[in-house]
Design a protein around this ligand. Structure first.
Ligand SMILES: C[S@@+](CC[C@H](N)C(=O)[O-])C[C@H]1O[C@@H](n2cnc3c(N)ncnc32)[C@H](O)[C@@H]1O
Length: 324
């Protein structure tokens, strides 16, 4: 097994390194220590049997304010599970990840139907996420991130771009409005309908109701984008492989706002409060990938990745650009 750590990142200056440490790029114990020095308490470690009571409180807070609920969830975590199989590309390792998913989600099976998002379509047409949160912090971060992602695309309209897991349709519709020929691949039917209803360029928008692994392109794209969606994929190695056929020669892939961060294990379920809430409440698959592991996974499937981030430390303004 390879022992030299692989990095995707361009080295940062000292000031940016300190800011980045708060964003979770350093190992969790170091980040916790810096946060404690700055007056933030490290998150409480919650046992699985106490999780439901904690999440009930989070659910109550979501009815009060998005900021209050997120702040509460930032204060929770579960202990890093020990004893994972050594080879992160092995079947045993995969089984270890699924076992933890079943326990945390409380669901004996994972199916793509678990990725359903309950919301009211008419209300979402009027005020989609992030505007619906009413949180200046959430909306501000999302708009900065989306601008940053667009600035890293490195293509001009009318290039053909596919967005996987396009959700509320914000990025897809931004790009269609710029003149890109957009395909949005989304597993949740309501999100598909929402993206179409919000579109001002229906002639440049093709919405496909499908899982990302099941999607078969009619012709290769110039670029593929994942924005907080790749980590929901039930077989990320198969998806990386598939991308070599989804984008054409010279094409690129953007992994934006994906949780490529220190976890305490190469890849697996994320155990921060917000991810625990998502997994337990909805059954969503909330994976994370250590940067070294992700770089090796890219290498195995023929991709070269370069990571670029805003020095603000936002986890969303963070893009890995992959090329063949
Ligand atoms: C965290 S959301 C991000 C949404 C989107 N990037 C946005 O900004 O609105 C993840 C999205 O991926 C979708 N998704 C999850 N698993 C998927 C799959 N296997 N194939 C396609 N879409 C999927 C979800 O329905 C959801 O819309």
């Amino acid at each position: 097994m390879r022992s030299t750590p692989v990095s995707l990142s361009v080295p940062l200056g000292p000031a940016a390194r300190v800011r980045r440490s708060i964003a979770g790029v350093l190992p969790a114990p170091v980040t916790d220590r810096i946060r404690t020095m700055r007056g933030h308490r490290p998150p409480r470690v919650v046992a699985l049997e106490d999780l439901d009571a904690e999440l009930e409180e989070a659910a109550r807070l979501f009815t009060v304010s998005e900021d209050a609920a997120r702040e509460y969830l930032r204060g929770l975590t579960m202990a890093v599970p020990q004893g994972h199989p050594e080879d992160p590309f092995s079947k045993e390792y995969e089984a270890w990840v699924w076992d933890l998913y079943h326990r945390v989600s409380g669901r004996p099976e994972y199916s793509i139907e678990n990725e359903a998002s309950p919301f009211n379509l008419d209300e979402a047409v009027a005020a989609p996420y992030p505007y619906s949160t009413g949180s200046t912090a959430v909306v501000g971060e999302e708009l900065v991130a989306r601008g940053f992602i667009i600035s890293t695309l490195g293509l001009a309209p009318p290039a053909r771009v596919v967005e996987f897991g396009s959700g509320w349709g914000n990025l897809t519709n931004d790009l269609a409005q710029m003149g890109f020929e957009m395909t949005a691949v989304e597993v949740e039917e309501r999100f598909c309908a929402l993206t179409e209803r919000r579109s001002r360029q229906p002639e440049r928008l093709h919405v496909v109701h499908s899982g990302m692994l099941e999607f078969e392109p009619e012709a290769p794209f110039d670029a593929a984008i994942f924005y907080e969606s790749f980590h929901h994929c039930a077989d990320h190695m198969a998806m990386l492989d598939k991308l070599t056929r989804v984008v054409g020669p010279g094409g690129r892939v953007l992994w934006a706002g994906e949780p490529i961060q220190p976890l305490g294990y190469p890849w697996g379920l994320r155990l921060d409060g917000y991810s625990l809430w998502s997994t337990r409440t909805h059954g969503w698959l909330e994976l994370g990938f250590d940067e070294n592991y992700f770089a090796r996974a890219l290498e195995r499937t023929g991709w070269r990745g370069r990571r670029t981030r805003l020095p603000s430390g936002s986890a969303l303004a963070d893009v890995i650009v992959g090329e063949r």
